[in-house]
Design a protein around this ligand. Structure first.
Ligand code: AR6
Length: 341
């Protein structure tokens, strides 16, 4: 998956480069900076002393010393004042400059903490949005695997509004036999009304949908439709890419899928993707809910209302929001696996 959000201590990441949220002296400090220097050992400090500091918004690279990562990219985030002092542009620049340095140094895997979101006070939900926007833009043009490392899940925040909208949608749609939606209620403290409303057992309707499908076949373009029924997942994917007028690269990048996996799918018409991969393509192709179900069926899966992951995906499709990175932010917030490879 080109962009992944993970929960970890960044000093433990086995990647080509980890990014340090440093200060302009580059001589260490608290937070993630302190943790990286402690884990890397004194060799890192010695090399940092030779660098002559670093300006806010810029980045410099060193070795990784005792860290599992080969390099450390030190960047200096802005101190958040009120958001009206160029903080956003400076934070964007930190991610851009760090990614450019990683690319220059042939790094294939890079891990970022949420820069400026600790001591420097940048609101975490906004810091996360900046990170995702800049990294996902970079990945449209570049092949790299980038991790956003969230240290403390309790501090991880998507916007309150989005969180409460999704929590409510889950509550409205989750089938009765599941009770753990109450966990979200506790987390949300006081959502307006969590009383169950119209809960449907969607999975039970699958058989009927197949019958509907068969009825449609009686119509004119029987041949074309029959061909589509025999289509494999991979054939359907390639057909949809053509129908949408997309290039392959546009499609796999929007799906947060790497090129190698896409090539595999392209060359093997019997390729069986995982459910998150199949859904990632449905999102990338901006399929309707019915089309998404169709595509999933090709891979042997269905959307179900007894699965929180599925309901969250359905929420985004029903809102016409096909931004895979925003969907992944939300899935992460609800402890679900992410879309992509
Ligand atoms: N792994 C991943 N993320 C971490 C870790 C870790 N081990 N430790 C903390 N974080 P901060 P800043 C997260 O304060 O706001 C230093 O003193 C943390 O939860 O480390 O850019 C420097 O020398 C937060 O979300 O960096 C500077 O003076 C994020 O890392 C100043 O702090 C960034 O928090 C920089 O402040």
């Amino acid at each position: 998956m080109p962009l992944e959000i993970v929960r970890n201590d960044i000093t433990k990441m086995k990647v080509d480069a980890i990014v340090n949220a440093a200060n302009e002296s580059l001589l260490g400090g608290g937070g993630v900076d302190g943790a990286i220097h402690r884990a890397a050992g004194l060799g890192l400090l010695a090399e940092c002393r030779t660098l002559g500091g670093c300006k806010t918004g810029k980045a410099k690279i060193t070795g990784g010393y005792n860290l599992p990562a080969k390099h450390v990219i030190h960047t200096v985030g802005p101190i958040y004042n009120d958001g009206k002092h160029g903080e956003k542009a400076l934070l964007e620049s930190c991610y851009r400059e760090s990614l450019a340095l990683a690319k220059e140094n042939n790094c294939e895997t890079v891990a970022f903490p949420l820069i400026s979101s600790g001591v420097y006070g940048y609101p975490k939900d906004q810091a996360l949005k900046v990170a995702i926007d800049v990294i996902s833009n970079f990945l449209l043009e570049n092949e790299m695997t980038v991790y956003i490392v969230i240290f403390d899940k309790a501090a991880y925040k998507i916007s309150e509004k989005l969180f409460s909208d999704i929590a409510e949608y889950i509550d409205d749609n989750y089938v009765d036999e599941h009770t753990d939606y109450s966990r979200e209620r506790i987390r949300m403290n006081a959502l307006p009304s969590m009383a169950p409303r119209t809960r449907r057992k969607k999975s039970d309707d699958d058989f009927l949908e197949i019958c509907d499908c068969k009825a449609m076949l009686a119509e004119d373009d029987l041949d074309a439709k029959l061909k589509q029924i025999d289509e494999s997942f991979s054939q359907m994917l390639l057909r949809k890419i053509d129908e949408k007028g997309m290039t392959d690269a546009e499609c796999y990048k929007k799906a947060n899928i790497d090129r190698k996996l896409f090539s595999k799918i392209r060359s093997d018409i019997h390729y069986k993707p995982s459910k998150p991969t199949a859904l990632a393509f449905a999102i990338s192709l901006e399929l309707s809910l019915a089309e998404t179900e169709d595509m999933l069926r090709k891979a042997g899966f269905a959307l179900s209302h007894s699965n929180k992951f599925d309901i969250i995906i359905e929420y985004f499709i029903s809102k016409g929001n096909y931004n895979i990175f925003e969907i992944n932010e939300a899935l992460f917030a609800f402890d679900q696996s992410l879309l992509g490879a």
